[in-house]
Design a protein around this ligand. Structure first.
Ligand code: NAD
Ligand code: UFG
Length: 341
């Protein structure tokens, strides 16, 4: 069976993808510097699947250190999750974001080139559609203008990968544009564990539910949307992880560059998220309406037809599943992976 290197594989999406790849028979190797994750997540992946995962604690920017991973293993494909992802922080520390996100990509591509690894899947984002494109987004739309350095790193990395593939006809690249991943594995053993105050909606709601935060502030209720709050394409992280298994099957058999949206195609508003979380879990989420957050688009959602047509992938979980599984993870792990807190 093929061996897949997950760069940044100990993180939220990487850990869930590890479970699905291992369950599908792939061997998984994780390289992570644990800057936004911890080894405990990998131990839990092993517990869920009953399979072992080889890990390397390495900064993927550091090409010399990364070379050991390529030297010591016969890799069939790489999935590149390793990146910094906090939009607000990227505005304050742009150089950190450009350095980390671009350098990890270059180091991986250089190592792949030197060791003859010809397949890469990249964690891109719906953010590359920018401000100009109308919803629902389709893959052939031109990349747009981003409102923050995080988004620009994704645009740049997509370009770098496309250029690398043009220059090396054997290189197979899949760009996966994620919409809004939420939820957790149905076991409640792995989930999203943000450090500090959560930037994203669902982890914030979950921390209010568990009593770590007092109340949620909903950023703006005067948008031109059905209930005045922003609408997003929330996708269960397990559906997203299964999309990676299909993408691995695909990247191993093809060459050139292919782009896929990974979303449900159905938008929900912030208010609908709060209402559904309250209803399925029987918990009140105290909330207030506040000012708009800079850079937020009123609506972002996918046309997900291409992934169905080409990969045979579509989402299976409902918004109720996403809310239930988030709470199952959070209530079993009130302090995330840090049980000592
Ligand atoms: P995450 O922070 O949980 O996972 C990223 C992992 O990469 C972490 O384990 C972190 O320690 C590791 N990492 C970062 N820099 C590294 C480096 N230099 N060397 C080694 N390891 C490094 O984030 P996630 O939510 O799992 O996201 C994974 C990828 O998907 C990221 O590239 C992110 O930008 C992208 N993405 C995420 C979302 C989302 O909403 N979660 C949406 C769109 C795209
Ligand atoms: N929101 C609140 N209160 C909060 C947090 C979020 O009302 O405390 C709202 C936001 O204003 C937005 C919605 O909830 O309307 C979703 O916000 P998230 O931060 O969860 O998600 P975003 O859509 O803003 O961000 C996502 C990804 C980023 C990506 C971005 C591109 O997490 O990686 O889409 O638009 F860059």
């Amino acid at each position: 069976m093929s061996t897949i290197l997950l760069a940044g594989g100990a993180g939220y999406i990487g850990s869930h993808t590890s479970v699905e790849l291992l369950s599908s028979g792939y061997d998984v190797i994780i390289a992570d510097n644990y800057s936004n994750s911890c080894p405990e997540a990998v131990r839990r992946v092993e517990k869920i699947t009953g399979r072992s995962v080889k890990t390397y604690e390495v900064d993927i920017q550091d090409k010399t250190a990364l070379e050991a991973v390529f030297r010591e293993n016969k890799l069939d494909a790489v999935i590149h999750f390793a990146g910094l992802k906090a939009v607000g922080e990227s505005v304050e520390k742009p150089l950190l974001y450009y350095r980390n996100n671009i350098d990890t990509t270059l180091s991986l591509l250089e190592c792949m080139n030197e060791y003859g690894v010809k397949n890469i899947i990249f964690s891109s984002s719906a953010t590359v559609y920018g401000e100009e494109n109308p919803v629902p987004y389709t893959e052939e739309m031109k990349r747009g203008t981003c409102t923050n350095p995080y988004g620009w790193t994704k645009v740049m990395m997509e370009q770098i990968l496309e250029d690398a593939s043009k220059a090396d006809k054997e290189l197979s690249v899949v760009l996966l544009r994620y919409f809004n991943p939420i939820g957790a594995h149905s076991s409640g053993m792995i989930g999203e564990d943000p450090q500090g105050i959560p930037n994203n909606l669902m982890p914030y709601v979950a921390q209010v539910a568990v009593g770590r935060r007092e109340k949620l502030t909903i950023f703006g209720n005067d948008y031109d949307t059905p209930d005045g709050t922003c609408r997003r394409d929330y996708i269960h992280v397990t559906d997203l992880a299964k999309g990676h298994v299909k993408a691995v099957d695909y990247v191993l058999k093809n060459s050139g560059v292919e782009i896929f949206n990974l979303g449900t195609g159905t938008p929900y508003s912030v208010t609908e998220i709060v209402d559904t979380f309250e209803k399925v879990n029987g918990i009140k989420i105290p909330h207030v309406y506040g000012a708009r957050r800079a850079g937020d688009l009123p609506e972002s959602y996918a046309n997900a037809d291409k992934a169905l047509r080409v990969l045979g992938w579509k989402t299976e979980k409902t918004l109720a599943d996403m809310c239930r599984d988030t709470w199952n993870w959070q209530k079993n792990n009130p302090n995330g992976y840090n049980t000592a807190e």
